[in-house]
Design a protein around this ligand. Sequence first.
Ligand code: GDP
Length: 749
Amino acid sequence: MFWEISRAVLQYRRWSCFLKRNHSFLPDDVKSLRSVVNPDVSKIRNIGIMAHIDAGKTTTTERMLYYSGYTRALGDVDDGDTVTDFMAQERERGITIQSAAVTFDWKGHRFNLIDTPGHVDFTLEVERALRVLDGAVAVFDASAGVEAQTLTVWRQAEKHHIPCVCFLNKMDKPAANLSFSIESIRQKLKANPVLLQIPVGRGKNFSGVVDLLTNQRLTWKMNKREDDGRFFAAKPLSEVKEPELMEEVRQARAALIEQVADLDDDFAEVLLTDFGDNFDAVPSIKLQEALRRITLARKGVPVLCGSSLHNKGVQPLLDAIAAFLPAPDERPHALVRWYKDDLCALAFKVLHDKQRGPLVFLRIYSGTLKAQTALHNINRNSTERMSRLLVPFADQHVEITSMTAGNIALTVGLKQTVTGDTIVSSKASAAAAARRAHNEGKTSKGRGQQTSVVLSGVEVPDPVFFCTIEPPTMAKQADLENALNNLQREDPSLKVRLDPDSGQTILCGMGELHIEIIQDRIRREYGIETHLGPLQVAYRETILHEASATDTLDRTVGERRHVVTVELVVQPGDESSQVAFVEDAAGMLSDSVREAVENGLHSSYLQGPLLGYPVQGVSTRIQSVNTEPGTSPAMVSACVSRCMLKALRLAGGQLLEPIMSLEVTVEEEHLGTVLADLAQRRGTVRDIQSRHDNKVLLASVPLAETRGYSTILRTLTSGKATFSLELDTYEAMSTQDQNVLLRRTAGFL
Ligand code: GDP
């Protein structure tokens, strides 16, 4: 008994000794940095976390906020109490929809974390978030490796040249597999993984990692219920008496040093001249500097491992973000050059707060943003006053008077600003920047001077689903319109239009879930119960062969006679519809007639002859336009539209339907059921791959057949399958399917 107690006391002393040496929870540091409103730009890290849904992004974020001292208790996604998933439906659904920016400090660095959604309906949110990031952390489930949505987001990050760090989460799972995950980063992401840590212990026994840079073994306590992981022991490997582990680490470190030398010439030179084969003598700082250069140049991605849920490995991840990901001034931002010290910022998120009105998140690229000043919005060509300026710290929003370049700010009072707008200090400053840009000969896509000084907004893809939305009573119509206006400012992927025939309001969105969430938000945030009509697919129309048509419009309105004759040819073209004038006609047409012809064509492209869907893949040649003197441009447009309709009808109408790319991960025993169901949905299987005990099914399926798929899949597989859906292309419908659709629309079915 005595010996047992003594051993326990000894163990406790040893542990607390480790903690004293190695504690990483620094509330005092946090407090002191917090008073620094505008930290040195080299200390700022604007980062995002990208991950497949369920990889552990929310759990990892929560641990980051906790260890940095901003939350007092560990949030748990499974209990629905996390900070970043602050919107109610997100809690209920357990997914992260809106990108919320959270500011916190870590070891003298200011981190602005832009939360990015994992659900594929919200890739636009991801794109928007990526625009303002300087670096990203990709979180993977170490038992699944790279999954579909990460691939999509990774490609988007590549487009914006964003340096990344990878975190292999869930190392505690029995199926966690380091080499498989590394290989899938190499194969699927076509990236060059650089492993910085070796995990210690497998599955349930995963206790920590060996840091290959410092040769230290980092150990966390095993029981997450009793230990929050704030403290961990860091012990030099030389003190660890485990020959097998030491040998594994020796090999991994040698491989790391060789890999870094291959990727960075400066390091290779230092290695050759100063150390030769004596890899043990290579100081960690040299490796760290080289790794930073490699990461910033996107020649390689540092890979770390951990288990967020079990509170292991998150602090080294925070250290890696500070060490390897870039500060804002290390990233090329073209506009900074033109605005110099003048303010230039991008509104990347608008939220509506009941008390404070619209809150706009801004990323400042140059200059200083001051509270209670007028700001000029280039996109809206309007000037409005910002009343308050806040730092969105994770625990509370702190009011400040000014904020400098590189930071993320939360502003109150900007009522006209829409997500994606560029904000500057004044109209004059925009004009001065435009002059500088013009002098440098930089105009963006030839759209003139003004647009060249606008930060590129988010490319909003066309919505694929739409439905009617109605308020409970006509008295609520105005409130509903107001709610929809606000929601559109927050979310440019939501489109609202009026049906010219029925006068009904139509809601157009990126997916079934997107539309459901909008309805949910209208109910919760604006207190309006709405009724949604059946969800409809946004088809497109095209033609099968060439056709020509001639039309004459002869109409007398009042005293005036309008006579116009148009002759045109339509032919199948590539996806982007084109208009080409024949040369003779082009030379003879006045500017006003040419504009009227273009307007007429434009409206014909918006509504095809079959079911009124937009027309694509049709190129039009105007053969001739003859007008009699006195004919108004509106009559020319009307005649062109009528003639186009004739030609399109003659050219054989063809409906195009959105085809989604579907990835289902399912246990082998349910594969047959899922395949059978897919066959009924006109799906085509492209590949079936194995991933551990699971099968990954890659297929194409028409969007129209995916309605309610998440519920059906859950039922078919007892909730054991996951899937992702993404718009792939538009494809011609078979004659039989097209006829069914046409008859159903006409009310015959
Ligand atoms: P997100 O969808 O990427 O935000 O993922 P969440 O953070 O919501 O986590 C998804 C699920 O994985 C939750 O049930 C978590 O409890 C669980 N999870 C998160 N991290 C880990 C981990 O390190 N190990 C294990 N075993 N489960 C984890």
